[in-house]
Ligand binder design. Structure first.
Ligand code: HEC
Length: 155
């Protein structure tokens, strides 16, 4: 993920936010009928596929990092964590990013950053407890985003 691309994704979001304010189409977050009160992330099928594939990569990284620690192979952590770093954002188009709520995008950027930081730390010499602390913080992001948002198709 280059800084230029990241800036492009971020400016797409800011631009859309401005557009929404200008045209007064900002509305309260859509709430699903039933008991699921999470904010809806509305993406078409192809965009949703890209997002969910990214999620599965996240899960594989978490599983791989835990396995590396359990099997006493801390040397494997850096490359596994890097798979979920900012380079994963290369699959996201700026147009998709523009549809996503700011809170969602900032949590997404922060999660990719955390994986890159863990990769950098583990590439030097990270202790088991340092890796676990980073993983705790990463899983904190997974949990809070999942508590706040859900993905739905356009109506
Ligand atoms: C920025 C928000 C956000 C973050 C951070 C996030 N997720 Fe998700 N994730 C979602 C949303 C939204 C869905 C769709 C869930 C739904 O519709 O109920 C999802 C779905 C998933 C799925 C289901 C994939 C599929 O194929 O259906 C997995 C697995 C997953 N996330 C794992 C993770 C893991 C592991 C992390 C942390 C490393 C994480 N996610 C971080 C928002 C997020």
């Amino acid at each position: 993920m280059t800084n230029v691309r990241r800036a492009l994704l971020a400016s797409a979001i800011v631009f859309t936010a401005g557009l929404c304010l200008d045209t007064q189409i900002v509305s309260a977050p859509a709430v699903a009928a039933g008991s699921d009160q999470r904010t809806e992330i509305i993406l078409d099928a192809a965009e949703r596929d890209v997002m969910l594939a990214g999620m599965r990569t996240y899960l594989e990284s978490v599983q791989g990092i835990v396995a590396a620690l359990a099997e006493n192979h801390p040397d494997r952590v850096a490359s596994i964590a890097a798979k979920s770093g900012n380079k994963l954002l290369q699959t996201v188009s700026p147009l998709t990013a523009a549809k996503l709520p700011l809170a969602f995008m900032s949590m997404s950027f922060d999660t990719h950053d955390k994986f890159d930081k863990l990769a950098a730390r583990a590439a030097k010499t990270a202790s088991r407890s340092e890796v676990l602390s980073d993983l705790r913080d990463i899983l904190g992001n997974c949990t809070s985003c999942h508590m706040s948002f859900r993905a739905v198709a356009p109506k």
